[in-house]
Design a protein around this ligand. Structure first.
Ligand SMILES: *Cc1c(COP(=O)(O)O)cnc(C)c1O
Length: 226
């Protein structure tokens, strides 16, 4: 068995255990395989092992690799998106996890309308108030929610965050919990179901699941160190 197949199985097992520990349904969490920096032949191995959803963080790299891989793969953009690249990304990435400003959301909505498609998006929240990170602050998202909800070519899947890195996952846990609480608050104040929470990476995805993640973005634990 290839390492990649074994790694995927191990992660799926850990996902199930984390859902059991927190009293959630095992199928309530989706695994997104983060394939950034890995070449198409490696990504192909994960696809052959049954993985369908893949995430890339750089637009140009994604645009180069996507045509070389099976059309059945579902692509998610997880890195910062510049407005001038939206038109190229929307036809190939059905999901965008990194909608980090009202201006970008407006740009995506307008272009999705022109291309006659619906963009499935997560609103990126800078939950740990990290100066170096993109994202709405919680107060910005509260202020912008009505405008975001009115964008008819956006399907808002939920919220996404990349908390400040810590070796100690227990230090990250409160940030995951804060994103869930913000989601719950926004949900009561809008018409949106807003179910999704995109949070958790290789070193902390089980804790993210305990705090409510619905999709975990895992790279190095599948593909090895970059
Ligand atoms: C690289 C990346 C990940 C995955 O990180 P790993 O530590 O390799 O699992 C998740 N989310 C984002 C936004 C990333 O850029």
């Amino acid at each position: 068995m290839s390492d990649i197949r074994a790694n995927l199985e191990s992660i799926q097992e850990q996902i199930v255990q984390a859902t059991e520990k927190s009293g959630r349904a095992p199928d309530s969490v989706q695994l997104l395989a983060v394939s950034k920096t890995y070449p198409p032949e490696i990504i192909r191995q994960a696809f052959d092992a049954g993985q369908v959803h893949f995430g890339e963080n750089r637009v140009q790299e994604a645009l180069d690799k996507i045509p070389q891989l099976p059309a059945e793969i579902e692509w998610h953009l997880i890195g910062h998106l510049q407005k001038n690249k939206v038109r190229k990304v929307l036809p190939v990435c059905a999901w965008i996890h990194s909608v980090d400003s009202l201006k970008l959301a407006e740009g995506i909505n307008r272009i999705a309308g022109e291309l006659n498609l619906e963009a499935k998006v997560y609103l990126q929240v800078n939950i740990s108030h990290d100066e170096a990170k993109f994202g709405f602050s919680p107060s910005e998202i509260r202020q912008s929610l009505d405008q975001l909800v009115a964008m008819e070519h956006l399907h808002i899947e939920g919220l996404m965050t990349i908390p400040e890195f810590s070796d100690d996952v227990e230090k990250t846990r409160p940030h995951f919990a804060a994103l869930r609480e913000l989601r719950d608050e926004l949900k009561t104040n809008s018409e949106l179901p807003l179910p999704g929470l995109s949070m958790g990476m290789s070193h902390d995805f089980t804790v993210a699941i305990e705090e409510g993640a619905t999709i975990v973005r895992v790279g190095s634990a599948i593909f090895g160190k970059r």
